[in-house]
Design a protein around this ligand. Structure first.
Ligand SMILES: Nc1nc2c(ncn2[C@@H]2O[C@H](COP(=O)(O)OP(=O)(O)OP(=O)(O)O)[C@@H](O)[C@H]2O)c(=O)[nH]1
Length: 774
């Protein structure tokens, strides 16, 4: 590895130039302006810091858009040569054919002299794809660029967008990042695809479209500036021309009699930041290994000796290009720093939040215990708050937590019970059969209580299902809440999370059992004793009065015949709760007494049933005297032969429908309705209370105790607080990132302070037109 001391004097130039210098060139190289001061080294430092970040972070941090300079131009226009002259080192592949086939990101770092340091005074390059390997020999750097280019873009003139990153550390370079880009070409050659022009333009655009990119638009002086692709592309992304510097190369090989004065003055295409004309080494110079130092000397002499360029001092020569760049860069940095700081800060806050979410590392049992207890307490507090409606994250768009339980009780459970008609599943026929079954072989003298109790119990039993469903709904709601109130910290401990879930589920399940028992008992109690003395119960007497009233009212207002058929229909239908007033009309008796006798027995004894526990059943339109007792006798007289009875079918139903027990049916429905209402109200009131008591309040009160009993054990700490390896790694990386960003912010703050205290350089007479990047 050849280590070269840097070149600073004429003697040294001669030393290293192998005697190839022409006499005219034997001049001291002009001093390269040193830019950046304390600002750019720190920016480069930040870039180094970012480069050391993980890929994801790097992508995010790429938004920081640090100032950089990209060289754009047609193929072989002299882009690499300009960069080399700015760097003052031979290290880029150059030639008449396509050379730059991948973007080369060149980060120049000015390294102050450190006496005693083994690298003091030396310069070296380091590739990102070969970290830790310092290249002291720049011809090796050139070779490595070629090798890497061939690896990325192939051997035959192909082009790739994969960038090669090279950091050059030297006491003798500008602190700046330069990007050498493939030259714009039109006709595909070698392995180049047909759309090579579009591809190269896209690669170039991906760099120069960034607002923080300063564009060096390179055009050879021996071509037509008006058709310069470089200037055209630059104008597309920078129409205001606030970050484009025009560079005119090859002034030395213009046609005799022509010059670039008009170009440099901007009279052909005006450019806000102006043009700089430069003279790089020709192919012959390269072949003869002519040094940059001697080329710079030649360049200076060229401009000095050409009177046409007199008066254009600030637009001629590499050193002026460097100075112009410095000013643009300094101004740029001054403007972008606040945004850079803001973005870095945002990144820092994000990483800090991530770090917070990933939690602290727990070293000791005490720390583990504290974390566990904290999580358990938080969980239970969040749960209580959610049930009580005191949660911090109360939704304003939908019901949540305790409000949902209230909704289940009131809008689902209570409302559904309200809507149930206790008579909707009890037909007149059911009632009639129940009455007949209750009287046994006799005809009913009284309407017995038994059918009422059977029917009302049947209706009460229907309340059990919705009550248990209500319990189920609340149970499920609580499970949902238990998920919603998981503290953020618990996410890092999957096993603890599962345990919390299991314990809560079991607790809820255990709590639902007594609630279920309570509800079942409640319904059974209601079924076990029908309290006909309940003060709100309508009672038989009152029900009968209403029924008789109804029958009478409907009889008065209707024709007997027409009512007969109507009544048949109505008595089959169930009066809904709102139809209580529309009971079947008793007036019509379409069936003959004979028919009735055949179906349910002796008509004379039937009339005894008019009296009942509810009072007299005697109805208008149907009295014992109004019937035709003689008809049966007559029938018997007419049939002296043996009467054959038909066999009773296995399933017996009264044949007569619609006319028997009309008043009793109405009475029965009134009683059912009245008693059901009493029970319904009890159930509506007590079921939510049972659920709250046994399930909701219990979990609120006892969950923390259960957690502590089951989970807060030192022997379980390790297991419960186990984390995925990925999370451990992520926390480590986040911690490192946190420190890196913290350091970057401190550095940047120092830069901000430094930059604010410096005024724009007065090194140039056109400082007033320096761009203010926005
Ligand atoms: N005489 C003279 N020759 C130059 C000048 N600038 C560049 N050249 C020559 O032009 C050729 C191309 O130069 P490069 O620097 O490789 O051009 P490039 O634009 O980087 O080329 P690609 O990356 O392949 O597009 C080389 O042979 C250089 O020696 C100049 O100012 N004067």
């Amino acid at each position: 590895m050849g280590r070269k001391k840097i070149v600073t004097t004429v003697e040294q130039v001669s030393d290293v130039d192998d005697g190839v210098l022409l006499p005219d060139y034997n001049q001291p190289p002009p001093p390269t302006p040193f830019i950046g001061g304390s600002v750019i080294p720190i920016v480069n430092k930040l870039q180094d810091i970012f480069a050391s970040l993980g890929k994801d972070q790097q992508e995010q941090l790429s938004k920081l858009k640090l100032p950089q300079v990209a060289v754009v131009g047609g193929q072989s226009s002299g882009k690499s040569s300009v960069l080399e002259a700015l760097v003052r080192r031979d290290f880029l592949p150059r030639g008449c054919d396509i050379c730059t086939r991948c973007p080369l990101v060149l980060q120049l770092e000015n390294r102050p002299s450190l006496p005693g340091d083994e690298d003091d005074g030396l310069e070296w390059g380091e590739f990102r794809h070969l970290p830790g390997r310092k290249f002291y020999d720049f011809s090796e750097i050139c070779r490595e660029i070629q090798v890497e280019t061939e690896r990325e873009a192939g051997l035959n003139k192909g082009v790739s967008d994969k960038e090669i990153r090279l950091k050059v550390s030297s006491p003798n370079v500008l602190n700046i990042t330069l990007i050498d880009l493939p030259g714009i070409t039109k006709v595909p050659v070698g392995d180049q695809p047909n759309d090579i022009e579009a591809r190269i333009r896209e690669i170039i655009n991906s760099y120069i479209r960034q607002e923080t990119c300063i564009i060096l638009a390179v055009t050879p002086a021996n071509s037509d500036l008006a058709t310069s692709d470089a200037l055209k592309m630059a104008r597309e992304v920078d129409p205001a021309g606030s970050r484009t510097i025009g560079v005119i190369t090859k002034l030395d090989i213009m046609d005799r009699g022509t010059d670039a004065r008009k170009f440099l003055l901007g009279t052909i295409i005006p450019l806000r930041l102006g043009y700089v004309g430069v003279i790089n080494r020709s192919q012959e110079d390269i072949n003869k290994n002519r040094s940059i130092a001697s080329a710079l000397a030649y360049e200076e002499q060229f401009f000095r000796d050409n009177p046409v360029y007199n008066g254009l001092k600030n637009s001629c020569g590499i050193q002026h290009l460097a100075r112009k760049l410095n000013q643009v860069l300094e101004q740029h940095i001054r403007v972008v720093l606040p945004n850079l700081r803001k973005e870095l800060n945002n990144q820092f806050v994000t990483v800090a939040k991530e770090g917070h979410a990933l939690g602290e590392v727990m070293e000791s049992k005490t720390e583990q215990g504290a974390i566990l207890l904290n999580i358990l307490t938080k969980y239970c507090e969040a749960f209580s708050a959610m049930v009580d409606g005191k949660s911090e994250n109360l939704s304003t768009t939908e019901l949540s937590g305790g409000a949902r339980i209230h909704y289940i009780f009131q809008s689902i459970f209570v409302k559904s019970l309200e809507e149930v008609d206790p008579c909707d599943e009890v037909t007149d026929e059911n009632i009639r059969i129940a009455i007949q079954n209750a009287t046994g072989p006799r005809n009913a003298l009284f309407v017995p209580e038994v059918p009422f109790e059977i029917l009302v119990r049947r209706q009460i039993s229907r309340l059990l299902d919705p009550s248990l469903q209500c319990l189920q709904h609340v149970y499920e709601e609580l499970i949902k809440m238990s998920h919603d109130c998981e503290p953020e910290e618990v996410k890092r401990f999957p096993r603890l999370r599962r345990q919390l879930e299991d314990v809560t589920l079991k607790f809820l399940h255990d709590g639902s059992k007594p609630a279920e028992r309570m509800i079942t008992n409640m319904i059974e109690m209601e079924m076990g004793y029908i309290n006909s003395s309940h003060p709100n119960f309508i009672g038989g007497k009152r029900a009968l009065e209403i029924a008789v009233e109804h029958v009478r009212a409907s009889q008065d207002g209707r024709d007997v015949q027409s009512n007969a058929s109507e009544m048949g229909q109505m008595s089959q239908s169930n009066p809904s709760r709102s139809d209580i007033g529309a009971f079947p009309n008793q007036a019509g008796q379409p069936q003959s007494n004979g028919e009735r006798t055949a179906s349910i027995g002796n008509s004379t004894t039937r009339t005894w049933g008019i009296s009942s526990i509810f009072g007299s059943r005697l109805t208008s339109g149907e009295t014992s005297s109004s019937r035709e007792p003689g008809k049966t006798m007559h029938d018997i007289n007419q049939a002296p032969s043996i009467i054959h009875l038909t066999e009773p079918p296995s399933l017996l139903r009264p044949l007569e429908r619609g006319t028997e027990y009309q008043t009793e049916i109405i009475v029965m429905k009134l009683l059912l309705q009245s008693y059901y209402d009493i029970v319904r109200k009890n159930v509506q009131d007590l079921v939510p209370k049972a659920i709250m008591h046994f399930l909701v309040n219990d979990i609120r009160r006892d969950l923390l105790g259960i957690f502590i009993k089951k989970l807060y054990r030192e022997s379980l700490f390790e297991e419960l607080l186990w984390e995925h390896d990925d999370d451990v790694l992520k926390r480590k990386q986040t911690g490192e990132m946190f420190l890196i960003l913290q350091q970057a912010i401190q550095t940047l703050d120092k830069v901000v302070a430094d930059v604010s205290s410096t005024t724009p350089s007065s090194d140039t007479n056109d400082a007033s037109i320096l761009p203010r990047f926005h």
